[in-house]
Design a protein around this ligand. Structure first.
Ligand code: UD1
Ligand code: UDP
Length: 355
């Protein structure tokens, strides 16, 4: 059996890393195809270096652009590679344009598609990611759902039971495999002059938040209120999209908030682990905060990770006046929830099912 692992963005590299490690361990025949959707050092290469991942066999340079152009370019170029170097199964992870292009290219060539992190639904079709999730799930042959909730969402859409495997989420494998390494290899709290549980973190990059002047302004206002009321620093490792939009809208970063470059995974895990609370619109970060027992305030109107809300680790705050009240509520909540995303053996379960 030959696998092609298609990836292209920061979260895909991180969440595919346990699967890549497992392929190496089992001596499987596989290759990595990188679309180049993310390309800046701190959004791409740094993760290969820190996670000690093998070199990619095929590297496209698709880069940024409108959805159609970006996805179309990937589709054409992935297809060429899959014809030349035909695998038995293409594996994709998550909900980006890279995932859609990889799954579509394979499906049209009658190559089996495995979707890691299948069945997540925000039920909000305004999100580009929701379209990518739905289409990818419906053209996949093996659907690796992280939880029973995601499995049920797939069943409700008519996807046959025999295609679905509940495996937990590889984000847990990745966090467990790297937290100890991170403790030994860096000391980001000292570098940033922070004390454990005496700071907040924020990440934001969703198109519907940061490309929207009112919503981005609402988030910055929320950060200003947090500092005013709680007097603790707010660390903001910012995605390049967000930095670009803050400049474009000529917004000021509020007092108490420190806008910094995106961090490496090891540094980010450590910073997250030591935080009092995290505010985010990221999918992966909602899961990681739940795994590391750090309360989360989600800066969106919905989430495709309802398990984090159900266990009491997360709250939906939107991007306006509810932010400060949500922070107040979550910093006083108990931290004894159970992580719903598995015990860190998802990579093993996924490859086991495929074999
Ligand atoms: C993409 C995914 C999103 C995922 C996120 C992970 C889609 C539709 N969106 O969003 O689901 O949560 O990745 O981070 O696939 N840029 C750089 N350097 C880079 C990459 C991007 O400067 O390496 C800047 C460019 O200005 C670019 C912008 O970020 O225009 C957006 O990049 P893009 O890949 O289109 O979307 P993301 O917001 O990263
Ligand atoms: N992350 C990181 N450095 C940062 C911010 C996030 O390494 O400065 C990691 C984080 O630990 C998580 C992943 O990036 O594993 C999430 O990626 P992102 O928020 O870009 O995408 P999403 O999960 O929303 O698709």
């Amino acid at each position: 059996m030959k696998l092609a692992i298609v990836l292209g963005t920061r979260p895909e590299i991180i969440k595919m890393s346990p699967i890549i490690r497992e392929c190496e361990k089992r001596g499987m025949q596989y290759y990595i195809l990188h679309t180049g959707q993310h390309y800046s050092y701190e959004m791409d290469r740094i993760f290969f270096d820190q996670l000690k991942l093998p070199e990619v066999k095929y590297k496209l340079n698709v880069g940024s652009g409108f959805h159609g152009k970006q996805t179309g370019k990937m589709l054409a170029e992935i297809e060429e590679i899959l014809i030349k170097d035909r695998p038995d199964i293409v594996l994709v992870q998550g909900d980006t344009n890279t995932v859609l292009a990889g799954a579509l290219a394979a499906s049209k060539l009658h190559i089996k598609v495995g979707h890691v992190e299948a069945g997540l639904r925000s039920f909000d079709r305004a999100m580009p990611e929701e379209t990518n999730r739905v289409v990818t799930d419906h053209i996949s042959d093996y659907l690796f759902a992280p939880t029973e909730t995601s499995k049920n969402d797939l069943l409700n859409e008519g996807i046959p039971d025999e295609k679905i495997f509940v495996t937990g989420n590889t984000v847990v494998d990745s966090a467990y495999q790297n937290l100890e390494i991170s403790k030994k290899s860096c000391n980001v709290l000292e570098e940033l002059e922070l004390r454990e549980k005496e700071y907040f973190i924020i990440t934001a990059h969703r198109a519907e938040n940061v490309d929207d002047k009112k919503r981005l302004n609402g988030i910055l206002k929320g950060l200003s209120q947090i500092y005013e009321e709680l007097k603790l620093p707010v660390i903001f490792p910012a995605h390049p999209r967000t930095v670009k939009m803050i400049k474009e809208f000529r917004f000021e970063v509020p007092e108490g908030t420190r806008l910094i470059e995106p961090l490496g995974y090891l540094e980010f895990l450590q910073l997250l682990n030591g935080a009092k609370l995290i505010l985010t619109d990221s999918g992966g970060v909602q899961e990681e905060s739940c795994i590391l027992k750090v309360p989360c305030v989600t800066l969106r109107d919905n989430t495709e990770r309802p398990e984090t809300i159900d266990v009491g680790a997360n709250i939906i705050a939107g991007t306006g006046d509810k932010i400060i009240a949500s922070v107040q509520k979550m910093i006083n909540s108990s931290l004894n929830w159970i992580n719903p995303y598995g015990n860190g053996n998802s990579g093993e379960l996924i490859l086991g099912s495929l074999e």
